[in-house]
Design a protein around this ligand. Structure first.
Ligand code: UT7
Length: 322
């Protein structure tokens, strides 16, 4: 069985930037509160008419270019998103058409902020079992469209963006393990309570937006991410000191710091983008990865721990040699 190795990364953020000072004019908040409680300084927001597949396409083209892979050589497309362009076809199918790829399997994965880790875990299994040789794995969101701009507890936290990786079969190295988990009992803490099955006529401005009990989610995230770090290291017989880089989900700098402390890592070994991107849900981990690969921090051969926690609850990790 071969490994699944990341051979290219890509990222895209919409041009429109919303700063904390901009938000001060929209809701009862302050730049100081947002910085101190979350670490966020700004976030990118999709332009009117700009949709998830638009962002996904830009990130995917970058990842293909870095990997030196032609679109027609891709044999699997997995897109993690909570904010698809349509009820159907899937965003993965729309992306496939944009890239002029025909015939390979293409589907979406929905695990909210853990979506990219889920998508990576699924694609890895395809590659390990010979079902794919070159996969495109994307996390893409226009999460701003799910926000209640009158709820200061949520609207200051999220942003839009997309990140992508190319995964290729490799005899020597790549993803060592992925760990995927969920517990549906926590739906009430973080959700958008509306869905198609309730009948479209039941949808209104409030029930179609994000609801979160932030403080409770915060505590669960810190504890759960601490546990998954242990699980991942144990499964691979590794020590904390074996990890070169932590690439965490970017929800809150305080959650990231807690996980880094658990790993006894200095923040210099942690990729932090939450200040510039906010929480881009499924896009946050691949975007952070792309930033650190492109600026030269993450180098070939280094050991990376990717982790995320989100609605569901879902949580997961991936340990890989880059
Ligand atoms: O990615 C998916 C997973 N999501 C997360 O991981 C998010 C997890 N949660 C968090 O990041 C944090 O809980 C928040 C950033 C959402 C909130 O921070 P907190 O330190 O947990 O604050 P809190 O919810 O306990 O609220 C403290 C106070 C409250 O006021 P009172 O009741 O003490 O008077 C809130 O009303 O802060 C108030 N508050 C705000 N004040 C100014 C809440 N949001 C704001 C705001 N600006 N935007």
């Amino acid at each position: 069985m071969s490994f699944a190795r990341i051979t290219g990364t890509g990222g895209y953020l919409p041009e429109k930037v919303l700063t904390n000072h901009d938000l001060e004019k929209i809701v009862d908040t302050t730049d100081q509160w947002i910085r101190e409680r979350t670490g966020i300084e700004k976030r990118h927001i999709a332009l009117e008419g700009q949709t998830t597949v638009d962002l996904a396409e830009r990130a995917s083209r970058q990842a293909l270019e870095m990997a030196g892979v032609k679109p027609e050589d891709i044999d699997l497309i997995v897109v993690a998103t909570t904010t698809p362009d349509r009820i159907f076809p899937s965003t993965a199918c729309l992306l496939q058409s944009r890239l002029d790829i025909h015939g390979c399997a293409a589907f979406d994965v929905q695990a909210v902020c853990t979506g990219f880790i889920y998508a990576l875990g699924v694609a890895e299994k395809f590659i390990k079992t010979g079902g794919s040789k070159k996969a495109l794995v994307v996390g893409a969101e226009t999460f701003s469209r799910l926000l209640n701009w009158e709820d200061r507890g949520t609207c200051v936290l999220f942003g839009d963006g997309a990140g992508a990786v190319i995964l290729e079969a490799d005899d020597e190295t790549g993803i060592l393990s992925t760990h995927l988990h969920a517990d549906g009992d926590y739906e009430a803490l973080l959700r958008v309570p509306f869905g198609v099955s309730q009948g479209m006529e039941q949808m209104d401005d409030i029930n179609s937006k994000v609801e979160m009990r932030g403080n409770e989610v915060f505590k669960m995230a810190v504890n759960t991410l601490g546990r998954i770090v242990d699980e991942t290291l144990e499964a691979n017989n590794m020590e904390k000191s074996d990890i070169d880089w932590l690439v965490p989900h970017q929800a809150n700098i305080r959650i990231i710091q807690a996980t880094a402390r658990k790993l006894k890592m200095s923040l210099d070994q942690v990729v932090v983008t939450v200040n510039e991107h906010g929480n881009t849900s499924a896009a946050s981990v691949p975007l952070a990865l792309d930033v650190a690969v492109r600026d030269g921090r993450i180098k070939k051969g280094e050991m990376l721990l990717l982790e995320a926690f989100g609605g569901g609850f879902t949580w997961g990790s991936a340990l890989l040699r880059f």
